[in-house]
Design a protein around this ligand. Structure first.
Ligand code: DX5
Ligand code: ZN
Length: 224
């Protein structure tokens, strides 16, 4: 059984934040007890949508002590990792589909002093992660096709998670599994039991009737 972190990691997707008052929203997220801020970076090439670059991370950095997780849904991510490191990202996740040499890409992120993660699209074989499992800190299992928030969770993710947990156990390293896309607390509960330790949430989290604190509490209550 995958030994995940004792305490579930909750990572609101900043794609769904209120950009009219980003500073206030970030302070509210921290006060509500979120653990990470998940920055969804899209280039309009790897995925259809275009969001933001390191400038948002740089603006957010002085506002909070929260851990910054940069999810690079971009082509040629290695061109950008240094800028995200300088901007204040602490974890950079690159898509396996966008790098030629996964191990080298993860080592390049480590060389910047950051945690290194690899993200995997729902239609990419989990086995494609093998070259990265010796060095990565995080595997981000996409449970939607990347490109926008508000999509339905892909149910095959459970089976893919089981396969990933087995691969990680065979490697014998501590690797955090982050699941990203369409995650709600009941879904998180199932994934937590299978060994996932961190959950990104966008639409469910930011539209929660109980506000950010209610959303955090519901995710925490689901994972124990
Ligand atoms: C999708 C992003 C996800 C997404 C999460 O490309 O990587 O982080 O914004 O939002 P929900 O939880 O609404 O799927
Ligand atoms: Zn994401």
């Amino acid at each position: 059984m995958q030994q995940h972190a004792e305490r579930v990691i909750i990572a609101p997707s900043m794609l769904c934040a209120d950009f009219r008052c980003l500073a206030e929203d970030i302070r509210r997220l921290e006060a509500a007890g979120a653990d990470w801020l998940h920055f969804d970076v899209m280039d309009g090439q790897f995925v259809e949508n275009l969001t933001y670059g390191p400038i948002i991370v740089e603006a957010a950095r002085p506002l909070t002590e929260l851990f910054f997780d940069a999810h690079l849904m971009i082509e040629k991510p290695l061109r950008q990792i240094e800028k995200f490191a300088r901007a204040g990202a602490q974890l950079i996740c690159v898509h396996e589909e966008t790098v030629d040499d996964l191990r080298a890409a993860l080592e390049a992120i480590h060389d910047l002093g950051l945690k290194a993660g690899v993200a995997l699209n729902p239609d990419t074989q989990v086995s494609a992660l093998a070259p990265g499992l010796e060095v990565c800190d995080v595997v981000m299992l996409m449970s939607v096709f990347p490109g926008r928030a508000g999509q339905a969770f892909i149910l095959e993710t459970h089976e893919r998670l089981r396969e990933l947990v087995d691969m990680i156990q065979a490697v014998g390293r501590q690797i955090l599994i982050e699941v990203d896309g369409g995650v709600t607390p009941p879904i998180a509960r199932e994934l937590w039991k299978l060994g996932a330790g961190a959950f990104v949430s966008g639409s469910y989290f930011f539209k929660h009737p109980g506000g950010y604190a209610g959303a955090v509490q519901e995710f925490r209550d689901a994972c124990y």
